[in-house]
Every structure is written in structure tokens, then in C-alpha cells.
Design a protein around this ligand. Structure first.
Ligand SMILES: Nc1ncnc2c1ncn2[C@@H]1O[C@H](COP(=O)(O)OP(=O)(O)OP(=O)(O)O)[C@@H](O)[C@H]1O
Ligand SMILES: [Mg+2]
Length: 361
């Protein structure tokens, strides 16, 4: 028996334009496991939707392959892919009830009336819409409409669910509720799901694994903890949470900061050529705000405190230091003695918390 995995291999999409081709998706390879919640995360224009549309069969790849459960899907027509898709716009038929909206596709496929009724009601109940079956979309809230569009995608019992920013039209509070709801339904059905968002918190809170995209390229795939604590590129470090970059020079396994201090980072990654501007320098040391310590008397790097903000659980300090890419952020668990705005201080950290990006030694 073939495992019901999705394998995306060297997937590439070029759009020809008069001003030159756009490479929307550039040599992207990943695998999604059965029943996994897999999120594609990245900024606007990084190729998330194009990747999803190629998996759905709505866009044909320029090159590369898509294999699902052992079947080559690369050139298979969208209608024969056994995939459910949910878009940002709900696209419900306004003149049909919620029941009929969800039933529509089953009727088109010629399913018998009794079967349609039981299938539709079961999925509406699962999504908490049973009592609203006879209403029209106009009489539902945004969250209810989005749930109806998810019901419509799930009613075919697809092997895979694709969701493209399904919560983008909802207000912040409802977004948080609905993402938990989607996660619950996904777990209950055990359905492989590919979820697209540009919201890193949303991605971290619901996903089994996250794929971080930038400029059409897949930069890293991993669990939320992995991409946060071991970001494979400066872009990933900067996009998932906050990153502090320090200029460094490589000397074998150690890296010298601009004041000469030697650092032995826990990991060293290559710096992609198209991310030099993110890092600020061609070799850098990266530290998370909660891994930097501020001390009035001693530390690896002298600095000046620009701003102190009380944020409840943490105190956030903004400081400037020589060799830093930009103003640094330090999240301290408590007030630092002598940490007033304008004072001089030192930054310290454990080498085991530092990540380096640079070119070959
Ligand atoms: N049909 C098309 N013709 C030409 N260029 C396109 C086409 N569709 C997408 N693109 C371009 O491909 C790139 C990737 O687009 P895509 O829609 O996949 O991005 P995205 O990551 O989904 O962004 P967003 O978060 O804004 O939805 C963009 O530069 C976009 O302008
Ligand atoms: Mg998109």
C-alpha cells in the first residue's frame, strides 16, 4: 500500500511577461505526511498561492512534479485530483441556502437525494452549522460563511484540503477562534491540509510543520520550534519573530564580532545571495531578543540604551551598538539595574544561543 503522502518535487512556475519572465515558484521541493497540517508562510508575492494552485490543478507547472498517494498528479485535470479547496473569498451562491450550497457539488455529480441529505447534514453538524442549514449566506456572519465554504470543500470527502488565507476577511478575534476551529476539524477528520497564510503567529499556533517562502523559494521546512530556534536563513530569522544581526568575520569555526570578541555559534548556515540585504553584512551572528542580556557593568558588546518599554510580562529595551545591523531589541524578564534611557551598558549572550550566517570559510 502506498502511503498517502504528497510529494512536491522541484516545482517551478514561470509567468512570461513582456518585461521578462517572473519566476513565481522556483525549484520548490517538500513532502507532506498523511493527516499533517502543513502551512506555507511568507510575505505577499512569495509564491504561496501559485504553489497551492499547481497542487490543486488550477495552474500548470513549468517544470517539476506533484505526486499524491503514489499517483502522479502533475498533469491530471483538477476535477480528478480528489482535493477540496477553500479560498479567501467564500464564493457561496447567494440565492441558495447553506444546505444547497454544500449539496451543490454532490447533486452535480448525480448523487441520490437521501445520500446527499445525510452527507451534507453530517458535515454541517461537524462545523456547527446544523441549525443554520436553511439560511441564505447573506443571513450568516463572516465566520459562519467561512465555515460553510469549508463544509462545501469537505463534503466530497477529499484526500487533501487546501486553504488559501481562509481567515483574511475576518476580524482579529474571529480569526483566532476560526483557526482553532479549522485545526479541530482537521484533527477530527485526519485530513491532510495545506494552509496558506502570511501571518506567522497563525502559522505557529496551528501547524504541524511550517514551510517558509521568500521570493519564490522555499527557505526552510520545520516545526514552529525548529524554525524559531534554528532559522536556516536570515529571512526566516527575521520573518519568524524578531532577529538581531551583528556583523562578524569568519575565522574557521569561530566568528569575530567587530570589537574582536570571538563567538562559537551553535549553528552555521550559508547566507543565500538574495538575502544579503536582510542580514545587512555578508557574515553575521543572529540572536533572539530574549537570548540577549543587558548588564550595566560587563558583557561581550558595549551598547547604549535608547528606549525602555514596559510590556507586562517583559521589559523591552532598544539599544544601539557598533557593528549591529540596526537598533537591537532585548526582551528582559525584569528591569535592568542602571538601565535608564540614555545610559551606557553591555550586551551579553551565550555562544550556544547564537546562529551564524555566512559564506564558506
Ligand atoms: N497569472 C499571473 N501572471 C503573471 N504573474 C503572476 C500571475 N500570478 C501570480 N503572478 C506573480 O507571481 C508571484 C507570486 O504570486 P502568488 O500569488 O503566488 O503570491 P502569494 O505568495 O500568494 O502572495 P499574497 O500573499 O499576496 O497572496 C507574484 O510576483 C505575482 O505577481
Ligand atoms: Mg496568495
Amino acid at each position: 500500500m502506498t502511503a498517502r503522502t504528497l510529494q512536491v518535487g522541484a516545482l517551478t512556475k514561470r509567468f512570461p511577461l513582456p518585461s521578462g519572465d517572473i519566476v513565481a515558484v522556483d525549484d520548490v521541493t517538500f513532502e507532506v505526511a498523511e493527516a499533517e497540517f502543513f502551512t506555507m508562510l511568507g510575505p505577499s508575492g512569495c509564491g504561496k498561492t501559485t504553489t497551492l494552485r499547481m497542487i490543486a490543478g488550477l495552474e500548470s507547472p513549468t517544470s517539476g512534479s506533484i505526486v499524491f498517494a503514489g499517483q502522479d498528479y502533475t498533469r491530471v485535470d483538477a476535477r480528478h485530483r480528489n482535493i477540496g479547496m477553500v479560498f479567501q473569498s467564500y464564493a457561496l451562491f447567494p440565492h441558495l441556502t447553506i444546505f444547497e450550497n454544500v449539496a451543490y457539488g454532490l447533486r452535480v455529480r448525480g448523487m441520490a437525494n437521501d445520500d446527499v441529505r445525510s452527507r451534507v447534514m453530517r458535515i454541517l453538524e461537524l462545523l456547527g452549522l446544523g441549525a443554520l442549514a436553511d439560511r441564505h449566506p447573506g443571513a450568516l456572519s463572516g465566520g459562519q460563511q467561512q465555515r460553510a465554504s469549508i463544509a462545501r470543500a469537505l463534503v466530497y470527502e477529499p484526500g487533501m484540503l487546501l486553504l488559501d488565507e481562509p481567515l483574511a476577511n475576518l476580524d482579529a478575534k474571529l480569526r483566532v477562534q476560526m483557526r482553532e476551529e479549522i485545526r479541530r476539524i482537521q484533527r477530527e477528520l485526519g485530513i491532510m491540509s495545506l494552509y496558506v497564510t502570511h501571518d506567522q503567529e497563525e502559522a505557529m499556533s496551528v501547524s504541524d510543520r511550517i514551510a517558509v517562502f521568500n521570493l519564490g523559494k522555499l527557505r526552510q521546512v520545520g516545526r514552529a520550534e525548529e524554525v524559531y530556534s534554528s532559522p536556516a536563513t536570515p529571512f526566516v530569522a527575521d520573518f519568524i519573530g524578531k532577529a538581531n544581526f551583528f556583523k562578524a568575520a569568519r575565522q574557521g569555526d569561530t566568528f569575530a564580532l567587530s570589537n574582536g570578541t570571538a563567538v562559537r555559534p551553535k549553528q552555521v548556515f550559508a547566507l543565500p545571495a538574495d538575502e544579503a540585504d536582510v542580514a545587512g553584512f555578508d557574515t553575521v551572528i543572529m540572536l533572539r531578543p530574549e537570548r540577549l542580556r543587558l548588564d550595566p557593568a560587563r558583557g561581550k558588546i558595549p551598547c547604549r540604551i535608547l528606549r525602555r518599554q514596559f510590556l507586562g510580562g517583559i521589559i523591552r529595551y532598544s539599544v544601539e551598538a557598533e557593528g549591529a545591523k540596526q537598533t537591537l531589541t532585548i526582551d528582559a524578564p525584569r528591569d535592568v539595574a542602571g538601565g535608564g534611557e540614555g545610559s551606557g551598558a553591555f550586551l551579553d549572550f551565550d555562544d550556544g544561543d547564537a546562529i551564524a550566517y555566512g559564506n564558506a570559510r
